[in-house]
Write a protein that binds this ligand. Structure first.
Ligand code: ZN
Length: 494
């Protein structure tokens, strides 16, 4: 059996000004042919999981293109169209094909194309025809559209947040594809959606969290034989589109009505818990003094409105300003995306003392750059390998990075905005966060892996491209009424 494999993964954010281009994808690796197959060995990605299952089944995965992006505002339309065309060309060249496996994120946005994953699936469907099954793995925050459901035979989302099961999700989708090609199942996929968005920060599937109950329900429905796969998508909420909302998706063996009913049931499980997704948060000016009053040796300050993993620029000066104001001599660490400050530090060299302008160089909406007099403490190439998560064991680079010393603060200025997993980015630049009283993070979930008896956190709220308070955003395209702005008792189907 010949199965074409491809990935094109990127998470968009309508509120972010960050634009990703070909060079950003090339930096993370645009892989083709045999290099793609070699690269996935030992990786924890969905693509690696899918390819592994196909190989174990004795099938022949035909590598086409793997394009791995992070999160940001949007990807350039020309890069999207060129990549789509290249995937299409390579799938065409791989004929004859028995199946197709795609690893997608599901919340990509670009310029004109409003449903990029729908467009990818449509193009591939057009090439392989109606009888060749197509399976795709998706992120838990995917924005699943009607067109995606129409074009794919199998859609499976991550089950966990923090995302620790990308590999298993790729495996699950590919395993269903294998069963389909062996004639054991005849998959049918359906979705149900409400006009509701919920804060990403409250969406953990860790023990005791509301999404853990939703996840347990999905697994028990699968165990009861209600469906082959049930996925819940609390969705990437910072997408300004009329059809974005919490979504349930189910795949059954030939039972469309059963798939729809299962999707509806898991969607209702999320809707019923909508209030529980809201978590407490403080402004930066409240959070820094509050952190100093906590017992833990280290307090993580979660800069939620500037979450790089959610697509924000990563250059917000708000928390830096608050630390310099309330805790200038306290041992602390902040990372900020600022290639200009990093370049200036490289030009000056280690040991130089100079005035720097830091932050707000790309996105000036959340405050002006901060002027500091700093010592260039160290300079780094910024390379590191993720210790886990959805991109576990893959290498990434912050680019040329500088650690500036300002009083008690170690200020890490990176040349690229890079997805944060744990503290790999700090360690790569010689910063040991266990020695810090306050440490900033620009992610909404992975920081939880660092929590312990001696490490606590405070989440920040405020303006940004990844704000917690979704009802405060001036959406242009959302339909009314929507949750949470209109506080409805009855859900509004989309
Ligand atoms: Zn996600």
């Amino acid at each position: 059996m010949r199965v074409a494999v491809a990935s094109f993964e990127y998470e968009g954010n309508s509120l972010s000004l960050r634009v990703e281009r070909r060079e950003d994808f090339e930096r993370r690796g645009l892989l083709r042919g045999e290099a793609l197959l070699a690269h996935v060995q030992g990786k924890n990605t969905a693509l690696a999981g899918g390819i592994g299952v196909l190989q174990e089944a004795g099938f022949d995965p035909i590598p086409t293109l793997a394009a791995k992006g992070g999160a940001g505002g949007h990807i350039e339309e020309t890069f999207f169209q060129e990549t789509l065309a290249e995937i299409a060309e390579r799938v065409k060249d791989a004929a004859p094909l028995d199946g197709v496996f795609l690893a997608l994120h599901g919340a990509m946005i670009c310029g004109k194309e409003k449903d990029p994953e729908g467009a990818i699936l449509t193009r591939v469907r057009k090439i392989v025809g109606p009888d060749v099954p197509i399976a795709a793995s998706l992120d838990l925050h995917a924005h699943v559209t009607d067109r995606m459901v129409e074009m794919a035979d199998i859609l499976v989302g991550y089950e966990t947040y923090p995302h620790v099961d990308a590999f298993e999700t790729g495996s699950k989708a590919a395993d269903m594809l294998v069963q389909t090609l062996r004639g054991e199942i005849d998959p049918v996929v359906r979705l149900c959606k409400y006009n509701a968005i919920v804060p990403v920060l409250g969406g953990a599937t860790l023990d005791g969290a509301p999404m853990a109950e939703v996840a347990a329900k999905a697994r028990s429905m699968e165990a009861e034989g209600r469906a082959l796969s049930i996925s819940y998508f609390p969705v990437q909420p910072w997408l300004d589109m009329a059809d974005v909302g919490i979504t349930g998706v189910a795949v059954t063996d030939g039972d469309a009505a059963g798939a729809r009913a299962a999707a509806q049931e898991i969607l209702d499980e999320m809707w019923q818990r909508r209030h529980a997704f809201e978590l407490e948060a403080m402004t930066a000016d409240q959070a820094v003094p509050a952190a100093l009053g906590m017992h833990a040796g280290t307090v993580l300050l979660i800069d939620a409105p500037d979450s790089i993993g959610g697509g924000a620029a990563g250059d917000s000066p708000a928390l830096l300003t608050a630390i310099l104001k309330h805790a200038p001599d306290v041992s602390s660490a902040i990372s900020i995306y600022d290639p200009h400050a990093a370049q200036r530090a490289f030009d000056l060299g280690v040991g130089a003392v100079a005035e720097f302008s830091v932050g707000a160089w790309l996105d000036t909406r959340w405050g002006p750059p901060v002027k500091v007099t700093a010592t260039v403490e160290s300079l780094h190439d910024g390379r590191f390998v993720y210790r886990g998560g959805p991109v576990g064991n893959t290498e990434v680079s912050l680019g040329p990075s500088a650690v500036l010393r300002v009083g008690g603060l170690q200020l890490l200025c990176a040349s690229h905005a890079v997805y944060e997993h744990m503290d790999e980015h700090y360690a790569a630049c010689g910063i040991d966060i266990s020695g810090c009283r306050l440490v900033s993070f620009k992610n909404l979930m992975n920081f939880r892996k660092l929590l312990s008896d001696d490490v606590e956190y405070i989440a920040l709220h405020g303006p940004g491209a990844t704000p917690l308070r979704l009802q405060d955003v001036a959406w242009e395209n959302r339909k009314r009424p929507y949750w949470p702005a209109d506080n409805m008792e009855t859900p509004e189907p989309l």
